[in-house]
Design a protein around this ligand. Structure first.
Ligand SMILES: CC(C)(COP(=O)(O)OP(=O)(O)OC[C@H]1O[C@@H](n2cnc3c(N)ncnc32)[C@H](O)[C@@H]1OP(=O)(O)O)[C@@H](O)C(=O)NCCC(=O)NCCS
Length: 193
């Protein structure tokens, strides 16, 4: 099955849905923060022009059929508080890779876990995918811990896989199989949230 053109996945507090141009204003607050973009493969946004250039790249990715840029919309106030990228989709192997970002004002409130859990549940269930993976810089403590907390397995270290501003660096490879997926309680958020 090819990747659907659009997504609209509901969890307790979030809608994980396809991006729209109207989201860029909210996303400027997310990606205009150097602490948020420290481990991301794009520079901190300086204004709406950077946001629009990013959207164009995401639209070009979608046109290949191998990626979809989604956003995390909070149900309570309809604010877009983050993004989720599904990319490197391989139809034959029923596999894709995830990238995710949450605005700093919303960190440690369970939003990333809730979004990832609802998305992973959807692609393993409705879309029939069999593997989801993620690459994480070993220094990105939050992202490494997030994946472990959801049940991803740390499968290895790809040495000097990327070259950044300060030279080559390693990446941690994480994988989660449909056969081992056990959604946490509370639709992804920790009890009590
Ligand atoms: C990684 C990121 C998406 C996590 O978002 P979040 O909404 O704050 O994460 P959650 O609140 O859902 O956290 C879920 C679990 O992840 C772990 N975690 C999250 N942030 C953590 C941190 N700063 N330190 C240690 N563990 C952390 C914890 O186990 C946490 O569960 P707990 O709060 O019950 O202990 C967010 O820090 C972010 O956007 N970082 C910048 C962008 C980025 O690096 N993206 C990933 C690129 S690979």
């Amino acid at each position: 099955m090819p990747l659907p053109d659009t997504f609209d996945i509901h969890s307790a507090r979030l809608v994980v849905r396809s991006i729209a141009a109207r989201d860029l204003h909210d996303l400027l607050a997310v990606n205009g923060d150097a602490e948020v973009t420290a481990f991301l493969p794009y520079a901190t946004w300086l204004g709406l022009q950077d946001a629009m250039a990013w959207l164009q790249r995401m639209e070009a990715l979608a046109a290949t059929g191998t990626g979809r840029q989604l956003v995390l919309e909070r149900k309570a106030d309809r604010q877009v508080i983050g993004t989720l990228l599904a990319f490197k989709f391989d139809e034959g192997s029923a596999r894709l890779e995830l990238g995710y970002v949450v605005g700093r004002a919303h960190w440690r409130q369970g939003y990333a876990r809730e979004a990832l859990c609802s998305f992973v549940g959807h692609v393993f269930g409705d879309l029939g995918l069999r593997r989801v993976e993620a690459e994480v810089n070993p220094a990105n403590v939050a992202s490494n811990m997030l994946l472990s907390s959801i049940g991803f397995t740390h499968e290895g270290v790809l040495r000097q896989r990327w070259v950044g501003h300060s030279g080559p660096y390693d990446t941690n490879l994480y994988g989660l199989l449909r056969s081992e997926w056990a959604p946490p309680a509370m639709d992804g958020a920790s009890p009590g949230r």
